[in-house]
Design a protein around this ligand. Structure first.
Ligand code: NAG
Ligand code: NAG
Ligand code: NAG
Ligand code: NAG
Length: 477
């Protein structure tokens, strides 16, 4: 009896110990004025026990940094290559050789597992630009992988936006691919299925909330609040489950029953909108990671779900067409420092994640408005310019720097432009209205950043970006 009890307890603790998120992945995008050195990123992922990374390109130097690390890497082929890759098979073979195969050998090899062909190619805002090329490009990439003898180990897929399917106002069981792209989506899904490639989908409860004021907010989270969606015998209490099962029904209608589904992106931004903040991000990730650790899956797919969080760090040069929040998806700041407590193991501990170590900044200097400028309307042109060339998204309504005074607003904009121009002295002039200071102008809520020291290849790009900015400033004045 006593022995049985001990056994039961032992099992209990083993089960508890295993309650962690298996094979968690994270997206890492580099649309920033100075990307974090991949060496720091590798260390950060290790320190936080993140096992997989999804990249948006196949930059040779970056990918090479993952050699010998056992971190699983997903490469990305940007949409701009789709046309070429759809008809130029030689180019695809060159890509597989130069950007994939070569990495498998050097320095212990990079654990490349997936190639993401294009990125959300059916987004409505692309107006069908990639509709003809995406499927041929996918087939060519998998064919070239197969012919290089890598087809069993490395699989091609397409990260899709969840708007490729919907269920109207009904539950998931009414799900189907969007009528105008249904033919090609059915073909793609069958191809993925036949080739043992996964179906990848990006799911954004935040965007549903952002796009629709009436979206029931609790449905975006995982606490079972709100009234949920009743679908036959199943009650859905969170959007992730409902969305994934809508996809499963859509695939079934396409005759596809066994394809593996991966969530390519999911996350919550922390700035640039009133609902984009660290408090809601903390709540979202807390619930999501706990759910993943419990391996509950969805009503139709109980069990493990492979997930890539979006995103590792902020990206201050991303297009803000989708909204100001677009530059603030990072779980970590631009410099790899944590923003809010998050427990990647899914055990809900309220602890800060491990930030990037030994990060080097240019120097502790800021650019601000000169005190002797009294007439603020005289600097309006400079403010507009600094915001257009730099990043003022944190000044917007509901954001971290929205409570600054009018003078501080100008300083914030000047400083961001100055930092993004690698602290070039000429970038802190604005017709003599600005000055460089050693004083940190950050407030409790609002960070006045200091630019990262750029490494290797990035330096040249930053310099060119700055020169272009400087020339347009000359034209403007
Ligand atoms: C392959 O790698 C090179 C070198 O980093 C890069 O310039 C090129 O864009 C990559 N090709 C693709 C299709 O990503
Ligand atoms: C402030 O600057 C604006 C624009 O340069 C100018 O039109 C206005 O007259 C100035 N106001 C004062 C009080 O100098
Ligand atoms: C600072 O700038 C933001 C964004 O342009 C604006 O919403 C805010 O009202 C400004 N603050 C002041 C005090 O002018
Ligand atoms: C400036 O101050 C902010 C807020 O106190 C702080 O988070 C940041 O690290 C400081 N920057 C530097 C370079 O010391």
């Amino acid at each position: 009896m006593a022995r049985a009890m001990v056994l039961i307890w032992a099992c209990f603790f083993v089960i508890l110990g295993m309650a962690c998120v298996t094979g968690l992945g994270v997206n890492w995008g580099t649309q920033t004025s100075t990307p974090l050195d991949p060496k720091y990123v590798v260390q950060m992922l290790r320190d936080n026990h993140i096992k997989k990374v999804k990249l948006f390109d196949s930059d040779h130097w970056t990918v090479g940094q993952f050699a010998g690390t056992s971190i699983e890497v997903m490469l990305g082929i940007p949409n701009l290559h789709l046309k070429k890759f759809s008809k130029d098979y030689d180019a695809v073979q060159d890509y597989v050789k130069g950007n994939v195969s070569d990495h498998l050998r050097d320095h212990g090899g990079v654990a490349i597992k997936y190639i993401a062909v294009g990125n959300e190619p059916f987004l409505k805002s692309y107006k069908g630009a990639f509709e003809k090329t995406i499927f041929p490009a996918l087939k060519n990439v998998q064919k070239a992988l197969n012919e290089a003898g890598l087809g069993n180990k490395i699989k091609a897929t397409i990260p899709q936006n969840a708007d490729v399917y919907d269920s109207g106002t009904q539950g998931p069981s009414a799900g189907n691919f969007r009528a105008e792209i249904r033919d090609v989506m059915v073909k793609i899904s069958r191809f993925l299925d036949e080739n043992n490639c996964p179906f990848m989908v990006n799911i954004y409860p935040f965007l549903s909330l952002y796009e629709n004021e009436d979206f029931p907010i609790e449905f975006a989270f995982f606490e079972g609040g709100g009234q949920g969606v009743q679908d036959g015998n199943i009650k859905y209490t969170n959007m992730l489950d409902a969305n994934l099962d809508t996809l499963t029904y859509s695939l079934k209608k396409a005759g596809v029953n066994k394809v593996k589904i991966i969530v390519g992106e999911i996350g919550w931004p922390t700035d640039g909108h009133k609902q984009a903040n660290t408090k809601l991000a903390h709540k979202f990730y807390g619930g999501l990671l706990k759910k993943l650790a419990a391996n509950k899956g969805t009503p139709l797919h109980p069990g493990y779900i492979e997930v890539y969080l979006f995103s590792l760090t902020d990206e201050n040069t991303k297009s803000i067409a989708p909204g100001y929040f677009e530059r603030h998806w990072g779980i970590f700041r631009y410099d790899g420092q944590p923003k809010f407590p998050i427990d990647f193991s899914g055990q809900g501990k309220d602890k800060m994640p491990v930030g990037a170590k030994n990060v080097k900044y240019i120097s502790n200097k800021w650019c601000v408005l000169n005190e002797d400028i009294r007439n603020l309307s005289s600097v309006n042109g400079h403010l507009d310019f600094a915001c257009r060339m730099g990043d003022c998204t944190s000044l917007s309504y509901g954001s971290t720097c929205n409570k600054l005074s009018a003078r501080m607003n100008v300083s914030y904009a000047f400083n961001n432009y100055f930092q993004m121009s690698q602290q070039s002295v000429e970038a802190c002039d604005f017709h003599g209205t600005a000055k460089i200071t050693n004083k940190n102008y950050s407030t409790q809520e609002c960070l006045f950043p200091v630019e990262l020291m750029s490494t290797g290849a990035c330096k040249k790009i930053a310099r060119i970006k700055y020169l272009v900015g400087f020339l347009s400033l000359m034209v403007l004045l």
